[in-house]
Design a protein around this ligand. Structure first.
Ligand code: LMR
Length: 340
């Protein structure tokens, strides 16, 4: 018999014999987690997603492979939540201001202007027992929140200075999507428009909108400073993410994989908390250094004028969320409505 035929036959036989019959453990295909997000790999969320990948693969001994898709390369804002519910993607970390289309309106309450004064308070609030009932509402939609990542306070950017509430009159302002953000823009006399972050640079460049609000690390990594002239340090709102998974997928994970993933979630959350504030401070300095934007930090008097102008939104939202719920949120956030 010719040697080549014998070799081929041996290879075919080896391929047909199961690994266990040869005394080797079978190597199962790794579980693939697709983690899609809409910001730069250099933004805090982008960095935390990459760290999660590294830790999840390590702590599960390669039983899990994480594929990270940054910068809306897989799905944009609204699409990614639909994809999660359908199971086409397993992890996201969207802004909680974008949960409305899931049919969970309660998260919009966190957009009430000037609700949260500092980072510590904001984090405590998202970790408080009060969140259990909101988390349950997400779970009812097939979406499980694994952690909250607070990315800091919002500033405004625009193609004209925004110093006093009147400056917003007639401005076309991009909003993320929540009904509260819509009401804030309208209360200021602006025209709100929901635009996915992946389309925002172009919308600002072409004048589809005149301004937007965001955290400095996004303004830096998305290069909005190239297409916006003015930045107001207003800290009127916050950008909070929820690291969310598809409930069915998460609950069906094998028992030997879950502890490693839980540990990866915990450690990437700690990393995010250590990174966000630092990156926002650094981004402000970096934007300043480009010389492309004029900065204004709201004075206390200006801030009080903004709060007074926006209190009607707080009051109007009582009919949407219920006064009791808003009072509980005030208590948790430390917000004290000014005496009118
Ligand atoms: C935005 O849409 O401006 C942000 O929510 C984007 C993000 O995920 O940081």
């Amino acid at each position: 018999m010719n040697n080549q035929i014998t070799r081929r036959a041996a290879l075919a036989l080896a391929a047909a014999v199961p690994a266990f019959a040869l005394g080797k453990p079978a190597l199962a295909d790794p579980i693939v987690i697709k983690f899609s997000h809409v910001v730069s790999p250099d933004a805090p969320k982008g960095k935390a997603a990459l760290l999660f990948k590294q830790l999840a693969e390590k702590y599960t001994d390669g039983k899990v492979t994480v594929e990270v898709y940054p910068n809306s390369s897989l799905y944009k804002d609204k699409e990614e939540l639909e994809a999660l519910q359908l199971g086409s993607v397993q992890l996201l970390a969207p802004s909680i201001s974008k949960f409305g289309p899931l049919g969970v309106k309660e998260f919009d309450v966190f957009d009430l202007p000037f609700l949260m004064s500092d980072d510590t308070r904001a984090r405590q609030m998202m970790a408080s027992p009060m969140m259990a009932e909101l988390n349950k509402k997400l779970e009812d939609k097939g979406v499980t929140p694994l952690a909250y990542w607070d990315n800091g306070a919002h500033v405004y950017t625009a193609n004209k200075p925004l110093i006093m509430p009147d400056d917003f009159q007639g401005m076309k302002m991009r909003i993320q999507g929540s009904k509260v953000l819509d009401a804030v823009a309208r209360q200021l006399g602006a025209i709100p428009q929901i635009i996915a972050i992946g389309e925002l640079y172009q919308a600002l460049q072409t004048g589809v909108v005149d301004g937007e609000d965001n955290v400095p690390s996004n303004i830096w990594t998305q290069k909005f400073y190239d297409v916006q002239k003015y930045l107001t340090v207003s800290h009127h709102g916050r950008l909070t993410y929820s690291l969310v998974t598809n409930t069915k997928f998460w609950n069906s994970l094998p028992a030997d994989v879950r502890p490693g993933l839980d540990r990866a979630v915990k450690e990437s959350t700690d990393f995010f908390d250590d990174t966000a504030a630092h990156d926002n401070d650094a981004a402000l300095e970096e934007i300043k250094a480009t010389g492309k934007m004029e900065f204004h930090v709201l004075t206390e008097t200006e801030k009080q004028a903004w709060i007074a102008a926006l209190m009607p939104v707080h009051r109007d939202m009582q009919s949407r969320f219920g006064k009791d719920f808003i009072d509980r949120i005030y208590k948790a956030s430390g917000f004290v409505p000014p005496q009118s």
